[in-house]
Design a protein around this ligand. Structure first.
Ligand SMILES: Cc1cc2nc3c(=O)[nH]c(=O)nc-3n(C[C@H](O)[C@H](O)[C@H](O)COP(=O)(O)OP(=O)(O)OC[C@H]3O[C@@H](n4cnc5c(N)ncnc54)[C@H](O)[C@@H]3O)c2cc1C
Length: 392
């Protein structure tokens, strides 16, 4: 049986940056399990969907991002045995460890929206969230001149869900410049009463919806989709709506945590790993921890949140080994949204929704061109040069 000191499930933003940080801190025997040969910087997917980036800007070879000194097992975890501290993989291996960190992210729940997967296959629906479809989004949006177009924000749990508004605003701005915005009927399906639940962020976004004439369906979610009829059925607080004659649907699938988390008795009510949201330690097993989109930390999942989570978790693994006091994660997260083509509001908040600017005195609710430039061009470089190398 293969044994590791720290076994990390998943090699996304969470898994790679944690592995790199632990190695930098001198931990030995770090293993990551991940089958995918490609690592993606996901925030740029929205810029691809908005015509401001290419897939090549965000895709890295996994072999190039797994840190030196880390064992990479190219496999998929299918079961966890918390009592034995082992995981079983798809190829039938059993891996054991002293410390287990779960960060497999979320997976698409296609069954939650009948018809949606067929609509993606048809090309009538696509989104920034499904990488195989992302490069088709901007050519479709750019070519629209009239008709109805539907955008959705996925309900929780979802990965930084409010950023699904980026393609909407970038497209609206481009349509206005092309003089066709007035011919388009832009509909948005929002899972909540407002876009973020953070009053100052919502004020900015509501102004932008009104400015572009976006019709918002609130406390709503897509129920079914019919690619042949070009129809989207939406259930909302005001009843059921059938949106017909839809030219293109930027319909994001719903998400769920992998089912093996619940099968192992490690999930909370959301299906994500039930951790203490401050210490990031499983409430069910003292040697199991979780960060990233698959962990229920009581704040919106985001890559920005991971900068803090990785720092706290790496210290807590060392503190737990020495019986010292654990550090606490304050729930910091970020929901960067372009409210025009090249203007962005950062929306950095703590778990209580209070402003939590990473640059002191920079109001995170003011839309700026400088924050757009930072999000589009500077952060991707910080991600590859610092975050993935454990320099958080
Ligand atoms: C379209 C989009 C835009 C976003 N925009 C922003 C943004 O602007 N700002 C921001 O801060 N955040 C943004 N995010 C959120 C951010 O990208 C995520 O919060 C972050 O990637 C989460 O990292 P993770 O490692 O938890 O999950 P992931 O990045 O999903 O990585 C999980 C990894 O685990 C692997 N895996 C899954 N199951 C298994 C298994 N059973 N066994 C082994 N490996 C497994 C997966 O293949 C994957 O490699 C965005 C996300 C999306 C989708």
């Amino acid at each position: 049986m293969d044994r590791s000191e720290v076994l990390i499930v998943g090699a996304g933003n969470a898994g790679i940056s944690l592995a790199a940080k632990l190695l930098r801190d001198g931990v030995r025997g770090v293993t990551v399990v991940a089958a995918q040969p490609v690592h993606r910087y996901k925030p740029l997917l929205n810029y691809v969907a908005g015509g401001e980036a290419e897939m090549a800007d965000l895709e890295l070879r996994m072999a190039d991002v797994v840190p030196e000194g880390c064992t990479w097992i190219r496999d998929t975890v299918e079961a966890v045995d918390p009592a034995a501290m082992t995981v079983r993989t798809r190829s039938g291996r059993t891996l054991s460890c002293a410390t287990l960190v779960l960060c497999p992210g979320l997976e698409e729940d296609w069954a939650a929206t009948p018809g949606l997967q067929a609509a993606y296959a048809d090309g009538w629906a696509a989104s920034s969230y499904v990488p195989g479809s992302t490069p088709t989004v901007w050519p479709r949006l750019r070519s629209l001149r009239s008709g109805t177009v539907v955008f959705t924000v996925p309900p929780e749990p979802a990965s930084c869900a409010p950023t699904a508004l980026k393609p909407l605003f970038m497209a609206c701005d481009a349509w206005r410049r092309a003089g066709v915005l007035g011919n388009l009927d832009v509909r948005l399906v929002l899972p909540g009463a407002t876009a973020t639940g953070v009053p100052r962020a919502d004020e900015v976004l509501e102004r932008a919806f009104a400015d572009f004439g976006v019709e918002v369906l609130r406390e709503a979610r897509i129920e079914t989709v019919d690619a042949d009829a070009h129809a989207v059925v939406v259930g909302s607080r005001s009843g059921r709506h059938v949106l017909g004659d839809v030219a293109f649907a930027h319909a994001v699938p719903h998400y769920r945590a992998p089912s093996w988390i619940a099968d192992a008795g490690l999930a909370g009510p959301s299906g994500q790993v039930d951790v203490d949201p401050e210490t990031l330690r499983s409430r069910r097993s003292g040697s199991i921890w979780a960060i990233g989109d698959a962990a229920d930390v009581g704040t919106r999942p985001s890559g920005g949140a991971l900068r803090k989570q990785v720092a706290v978790l790496s210290q807590n693994l060392a503190a737990a080994a020495r019986g010292r006091e654990l550090q606490r994660y304050d729930g910091y997260t970020v929901m960067p949204i372009t409210v025009a083509r090249r203007t962005l509001v950062l929306n950095e908040v703590d778990r209580g929704g209070r402003p939590s600017p990473s640059v002191p005195f920079l109001d995170p609710f003011v839309p700026r061109r400088s924050t757009w430039f930072f999000d589009r061009y500077v952060l991707p470089r910080i991600y590859t040069r610092r975050i993935l190398r454990g320099r958080v």
